[in-house]
Write a protein of this length. Structure first.
Length: 200
């Protein structure tokens, strides 16, 4: 790697070289190498070959040309460790039931995750709606995350950096969502994530 590469390039290259370290367990389970997951974690000598095979299975190829990361891609890379929380917040502001944000039995689950002050900042970005609740309180944080993951998957569709990062998250197909979210513009989703990223 070039010495001029910055921290985002380094982190992205680390993900590319060591997919087995970052891959979500559900991707491991889908791969032909699922039986090697525990050995990968315990025997470093096995990692290079398993990583090579994982890259082949995922279809990853490092570009030959000099990589110029967009501002959007840089944010995705910086957010990698925070994406589960960010996407839960993103999903929350797209839920169209006010009970989820304002009633205590639902709200307490998000206070435990975000804290009261941050939750109020998230609620200020809510898209609105008047639908009745369909999810029990205990299941709501995961439900909101799934909605956020669907939106993020729309955003990164066709982007090689985003497609790498999304493998660190669960597979959407492994969850049941009553109705998939509609299509939203990439600019709109990106703007919402940027605003959430300022205080999460």
């Amino acid at each position: 790697m070039s010495m001029t590469y910055d921290s985002e390039h380094v982190e992205l290259h680390r993900l590319f070289i060591r997919p087995g370290k970052y891959l979500h367990t559900q991707y491991w389970e889908e791969s032909k190498l699922a039986a090697w997951c525990n050995d990968y974690q315990n025997f470093s000598a096995l990692q290079p070959e398993i990583d090579r095979q994982l890259r082949a299975w995922l279809g990853w190829k490092w570009p030959d040309e000099v990589i110029v990361l967009s501002h959007r891609q840089r944010h995705w890379i910086r957010w990698m460790g925070r994406l589960p929380v960010l996407l839960t917040a993103l999903g929350l502001i797209h839920l169209r039931c006010p009970d989820y944000l304002f009633l205590g039995e639902y709200r307490q689950h998000f206070i435990a995750l975000f804290g009261n002050r941050v939750l109020n900042q998230i609620v200020a970005l809510w898209k609105g709606g008047d639908e009745d609740p369909e999810v029990v309180p205990d299941d709501l944080p995961e439900y909101a995350f799934i909605i956020g993951l669907q939106l993020f998957s729309q955003l990164v569709c066709g982007d090689w950096v985003g497609q790498m990062i999304v493998t660190t998250l669960p597979l959407i197909e492994s969850h049941l969502v009553p109705e998939p979210v509609g299509y939203f513009s990439h600019e709109g989703i990106d703007c919402e994530l940027m605003r959430l990223g300022r205080f999460l």
